[in-house]
Design a protein around this ligand. Structure first.
Ligand SMILES: NC(=O)c1ccc[n+]([C@@H]2O[C@H](COP(=O)([O-])OP(=O)(O)OC[C@H]3O[C@@H](n4cnc5c(N)ncnc54)[C@H](OP(=O)(O)O)[C@@H]3O)[C@@H](O)[C@H]2O)c1
Length: 302
């Protein structure tokens, strides 16, 4: 049976380290500030934003939330971002990707000062990552890397298959892992909905990352013995729980777990790591903008 990659436990430890880093910064007269901006009406996006703000409060980070009318013109969003860019007490800015049709979310992200882009999605930060000189790495990719490092899963000579080519998972993860480092860079294959013979690619993987948004998509027939399997997908299926649903991943755990050596499940695996990395990036952004040194915040070195 696979060893579970416990993202919840690692994230709890990283949160503790972050809290200490924030305290040290506060002692030196600097309080990290994170602004979240939401211009949509998707309840799931609202709850993600609320969670990010709750985490700020818990960590001692100064959280600001800007809630914009989805009927307002794009210039309202651009104006709010300009204000946040100019505000020295705000070190990190995140625009929730739930925006109305008349707003170009990517154009909004381009307006964020790259030094405040803690989501790592501004073209300058994407370019730096690809060039091998990362500043802010998208939180999910960073969280997956930290989880693999925590369990000593090395990459030298390894083959990583990522089933996802989005800007928040597949592309940054491939760029991050392909960099050479102490443990050596793996060979990374990025798959997507047009990939021919996907199962051959997933079976060839030593480390397999799946984020297709389809519950139970990856079953045991697509996995070789001894693989490390990282489930990233988050689906909601109706269930007799307080919330009326439960979270499920893309992996059919029943058939995959017995074959895998390591398994990051949903929930408990990547989700908590993504969550803590936003605040890790915010502390990094604070250091960058204020020139304040902190000993360590326990986050990964990238
Ligand atoms: N746990 C976390 O912290 C976390 C963080 C981020 C995302 N997620 C979850 O991860 C999932 C993906 O998120 P996302 O934003 O990256 O979504 P996305 O942009 O829709 O990407 C989905 C990817 O899956 C590929 N795909 C879809 N069907 C496929 C198939 N049948 N065979 C092979 N590839 C297929 C798509 O290929 P094409 O590019 O060809 O369409 C695309 O690259 C969602 O469930 C999301 O909730 C979780």
């Amino acid at each position: 049976m696979a060893t579970i990659l416990d993202g919840e436990a690692l994230a709890a430890r990283l949160r503790e380290d972050l809290r200490e880093s924030v305290e040290r910064l506060a002692d030196a007269g600097v309080r990290p500030g994170l602004a979240t901006v939401h211009m949509g009406d998707d309840p799931a996006a609202e709850s993600y934003v609320a969670m990010k703000q709750r985490d700020c409060a818990e960590l001692g980070i100064d959280g600001t939330h800007v809630d914009l009318d989805p009927e307002a013109p794009a210039s309202t969003l651009h104006g709010a971002l300009a204000d946040l860019d100019a505000d020295p007490s705000v070190h990190g800015i995140l625009v929730q990707d739930d925006v109305p049709d008349h707003v170009d979310w990517r154009a909004a992200v381009r307006r964020i000062d790259p030094e405040k882009d803690v989501d790592g999605l501004h073209p300058e930060n994407v370019g730096r990552l690809v060039a091998g000189d990362p500043r802010f790495v998208p939180c999910t990719a960073l969280g997956i890397r930290a989880l693999l490092d925590e369990y000593g899963i090395g990459f030298a000579g390894a083959h990583v298959t990522v089933v996802n080519r989005s800007m928040i998972v597949g592309k940054p993860l491939a760029a991050l892992l392909s960099r050479s480092g102490d443990s050596g860079a793996p060979t990374v294959t990025v798959c997507h909905s047009r990939t021919a013979d996907l199962a051959a690619k997933t079976r060839a993987a030593d480390v397999l990352v799946v984020a297709v948004d389809s519950p139970g998509f990856l079953d045991g027939s697509m996995v070789s013995e001894g693989t490390t399997v990282i489930d990233v997908g988050i689906g909601r299926v109706p269930a007799d729980t307080e919330r009326g649903y439960e979270l499920v991943g893309d992996v059919d755990a029943e058939s995959v777990e017995p074959k895998a050596d390591y398994f990051a499940p949903v929930p408990r695996g990547v989700g908590p790591m993504t969550r803590v990395m936003l605040h890790h990036n915010t502390v990094e952004a604070t250091r960058l903008q204020t020139g304040m040194a902190v000993d360590t915040d326990g986050g990964p070195t990238v």
